[in-house]
Design a protein around this ligand. Structure first.
Ligand SMILES: [Zn+2]
Length: 338
């Protein structure tokens, strides 16, 4: 497989074997801290997009400009496969298929609500975000800045429901212009997170499950049936290591040429976080907020929910391993050494 020199392009060519078998990475801008999101165009029959970007004027312009360089428009897109139900990946799906009711948007069944009823999904997530903040020992002047209503209104503007949503389970096979893509369910970053594997091209579209230089938050699905998101995520990393020799095309940043090493690095990061958390435990109680400051440092308020959610998962893992005990004091979760 030839890798094109793509350093000069924003809509870079990821690889090309023959003129009819092409995969393009389109970097779609987002207003979120993570920066741009990768949308992949697979040319050929059927024309396939993997992920879409959020619903913003900038994202629409970038996507339509990139498609037009390939002599395509959004109405030429036959199917959209999304890697997970987060708005930076799904927000534009409704816009793309609006004029093509026969164009399906596919999502793993565990993330389906995000596309089937985006408003309900955002309301649920905003409530879950507020609940993870309360009872975590967050100073009141910080906690008072967290409003479920504000979170919901903010996220609502970047996505919308898709009437042509279709769901799949682990192992579903999609036909694309580069041959078969098999859905590999990798719950963690979201419960329905999915990688798409091309055996013939030896590539894996990894969504946010494996990213190159940032770690994927594994704890954002609290309040769903995911259980401990971090443990679920780590076992999904094991699943992907079977494809360690493949090139990974991630949901953000550059492609990953050494997937196996990246998986090892990610595992080591979680081990470090667990060690730091365990080191805080003594007979004096610590709150999830105190853990979050020790593990994630001087983060901004827009990272508060992420940091608290991960800290709660870290404590829960230490409880499961017999290293920590949890108690409640005036509604605040507290941990001591077991
Ligand atoms: Zn993302």
């Amino acid at each position: 497989m030839a890798i094109a020199d793509d350093s000069q392009r924003t809509d870079e060519m990821v690889f090309m074997e023959t003129p009819s078998e092409r995969v393009w990475r389109i970097e779609i801008p987002t207003p979120f801290a993570v920066g741009s999101v990768n949308c992949y165009l697979i040319e050929g029959d059927p024309v396939t997009l993997i992920d879409t970007g959020p619903k913003t004027p900038d994202a629409i312009t970038t996507l339509t400009d990139a498609l037009s360089t390939r002599d395509l428009g959004v109405s030429d897109v036959d199917q959209v496969l999304v890697t997970h139900g987060h708005v930076d990946h799904i927000g534009l799906a409704a816009y793309i298929v609006r004029d093509r009711p026969e164009a399906a948007v596919w999502i793993h069944e565990e993330d389906a609500l995000a596309l089937v009823d985006y408003d309900e999904f955002t309301r649920d997530r905003a409530q879950a975000f507020v609940s993870v903040v309360s009872g975590s020992g967050v100073p009141s002047e910080i906690e008072s800045q967290v409003s479920g209503e504000t979170i919901m209104r903010y996220f609502r503007s970047f996505g919308e429901s898709v009437p042509t949503t279709r769901t799949f389970k682990d192992g579903h096979v999609f036909e694309t212009g580069i041959g078969e893509l098999r859905a590999l369910w990798t719950p963690g970053h979201s419960f329905g997170s999915t990688c798409y594997v091309s055996k013939s091209k030896q590539v894996l579209f990894s969504g946010d499950h494996v990213l190159g230089d940032i770690s994927s938050n594994p704890s954002l699905s609290f309040g769903t049936s995911i259980g401990n998101g971090m443990l679920t995520y780590l076992s999904s990393l094991d699943k992907v290591s079977e494809w360690g020799s493949y090139i990974a095309l991630p949901g953000h940043r550059e492609l990953i040429r050494d997937l196996k090493s990246r998986i090892d690095e990610l595992r080591a990061e979680y081990d470090d976080k667990l060690r730091t958390t365990q080191g805080l435990l003594s007979s004096d109680a610590v709150s999830p907020y105190e853990v979050s400051r020790a593990v994630f440092g001087d983060y901004e308020i827009d990272s508060l929910v992420m940091a608290l959610a991960e800290s709660r998962d870290l404590l829960d893992i230490l409880v499961k391993r017999g290293h920590a005990k949890l108690s409640q004091e005036e509604g605040t979760l507290l941990a001591t050494r077991a």
